[in-house]
Design a protein around this ligand. Sequence first.
Ligand SMILES: C[S@@+](CC[C@H](N)C(=O)[O-])C[C@H]1O[C@@H](n2cnc3c(N)ncnc32)[C@H](O)[C@@H]1O
Length: 168
Amino acid sequence: MTPAEKVQLIRGYAGRYPGLRVFIETGLWQGTGSWEGVRDLFETTIVVDLQESNVEAAEKKGVGFGLVGDSGRALPGLLRQIDQPAVFWLDAHLMEEYDAEGDACPLLAELDAIVHWKYGAGSLILIDDMRLMDGGRAGYPTREQIDQVVSGVGWPREETDDILALLP
Ligand SMILES: C[S@@+](CC[C@H](N)C(=O)[O-])C[C@H]1O[C@@H](n2cnc3c(N)ncnc32)[C@H](O)[C@@H]1O
């Protein structure tokens, strides 16, 4: 899927759940992300990225709130400050050309934070790049590990191309 198609998919899900007013994206690309294409649908857009330059660029473009750090480690503290369910676009993982400290793919820790959050079950979670969760990449979870982390909540799920949706 192209970035524009991904934005359309997120917009479609957001339209199904208009009560969700907060959008949280983990992982940016040079300050860009899907948040730019969906910001008009939400009261607040929040981004989390390992690279300060990415977050600064997003802030310059008017993101609601930007947080620098490993998203798996940052989400528990961030979510404690949010008092309503959210739409999550989980897209953080190391890019080949970028070498940084932090988990190669913080997805399991991100999901664990959402599972243990008061508003997690009422949230919509969209996970990008499911093709990478094949057990063949160091630091990336497998589908079985993902299933295990989210099993306690029992979100209904849908999958479109490379994107897994866990529905409120
Ligand atoms: C696929 S890109 C994100 C693309 C962006 N969401 C978009 O739609 O254009 C993944 C980004 O995740 C960030 N990243 C990598 N590991 C991370 C981690 N542990 N925590 C937070 N961000 C991370 C990197 O800055 C990298 O550019």
